[in-house]
Design a protein around this ligand. Structure first.
Ligand SMILES: Cc1cc2nc3c(=O)[nH]c(=O)nc-3n(C[C@H](O)[C@H](O)[C@H](O)COP(=O)(O)O)c2cc1C
Length: 321
């Protein structure tokens, strides 16, 4: 039984992943999407994974086999637990670059990337994709895509249960306008019984997640966790049957204590993902103002620990909604 934190650009950076891990020892983490060019040229190749961050999956996007091979060497040394290819992003910038969702139409190319990656590593290779492209709801294209890429050695698929519409609607709308089609993900699971198919898209309730975990070995969740990180405590309690989860005060203290000096000095990045921590509680607004003021003040990040003390209230009232 697996629950994955969905990759989200601008959100699942190292700070949010750290927060997620503190609240949930069991969730499987994804990085944000990283293009092969930025991995090869940028700073991320120096990223060193903390033990507590495992399991951690890196998501790559690109359109060049040799660059995927180069990246695999870097990733293997870094110690990621899985390499995931982004074949689902509908952003016009990404599509212009020739990668993301438009690669559903290029299964042979994607197969080459997988074969290339597999020459370099034994780390599992997976794909995150959608049910198809455009407004057509037939599954033939995605079935061909999965068949060919699985023959090339990919056997793990994360399926966002809707199509990608590449012209006419924004990236954001692409997460709500194309309808969710859970039944079609189920059809794929039936057609490919030997593959690991995980479902993603629109999960907000523990009962729905539990239901899906009765069918799939894993469920991926994005926006619900970002908009209310303490939902992870509910996942720990109700899905993983954890005996004890941390209080908000403990979460905040651990988070602050785990920042190194450089991270702590980078207050905006270190604090911005904490905005929704009090979601659904009567302190939500006060907390957001407190964070905003702290970011813009000269005070050290440890000041955050005082919030709880300064706000005399019952812990039982802060259970997330
Ligand atoms: C702000 C934001 C950024 C995203 N970035 C990525 C990304 O980098 N790679 C990716 O495969 N999907 C990305 N997604 C899509 C999510 O991974 C996920 O598939 C989608 O949000 C549906 O799941 P949800 O309904 O649980 O949020 C992003 C979604 C959001 C909201």
């Amino acid at each position: 039984m697996k629950v994955f934190l969905a990759p989200m650009v601008g959100r699942t950076d190292k700070y949010f992943r750290r927060l997620a891990r503190i609240i949930s020892p069991n969730i499987i983490l994804f990085t944000e999407m990283i293009t092969v060019d930025s991995l090869i040229r940028g700073k991320f190749k120096q990223y060193s994974i903390k033990d507590s961050e495992h399991p951690l999956i890196i998501q790559l996007a690109g359109d060049d086999k040799n660059k995927f091979i180069q990246c695999t060497k870097i990733i293997s040394d870094q110690g990621f637990d899985e390499i995931n290819l982004n074949i689902g992003c509908p952003s016009s910038k990404v599509v212009k670059g020739g990668f993301g969702a438009c690669q559903i139409e290029a299964p042979m190319k994607v197969s080459e990337y997988i074969e290339g990656i597999k020459t370099q590593t034994k780390i599992p290779v997976s794909i995150k994709t959608r049910l198809g492209l455009g407004y057509e709801q037939d599954l033939n294209e995605i079935i061909d895509f999965i068949r060919l890429t699985s023959e090339a050695g990919c056997n793990i698929y994360y399926i966002h249960a809707r199509n990608a519409i590449l012209d006419g609607i924004s990236t954001k709308k692409n997460r709500s306008v194309p309808p969710l089609r859970y039944n079609d993900v189920f059809k794929l699971k039936k057609i490919f019984p030997d593959l690991q198919i995980y479902i993603n898209g629109g999960f907000e309730d523990i009962s729905d997640i539990k239901e899906m975990l009765g069918i799939y070995k894993g469920v991926m969740i994005g926006r619900k966790i970002y908009s209310n990180p303490m939902f992870l405590a509910e996942i720990e309690n109700k899905i993983f049957s954890a005996n004890k989860t941390l209080s908000l005060e403990e979460v905040i203290c651990q988070y602050v204590d785990q920042l190194d000096a450089e991270e702590a000095s980078n207050k905006l990045y270190a604090l911005k993902h904490l905005t929704n921590l009090y979601k659904g509680t009567r302190l939500s607004k006060k907390w957001r103002i407190y964070l905003h003021n702290l970011i813009n003040s000269g005070q050290p990040i440890e000041t955050l620990k005082n919030f709880y003390k300064e706000n005399d209230y019952e812990e039982k009232e802060i259970i997330s909604s």
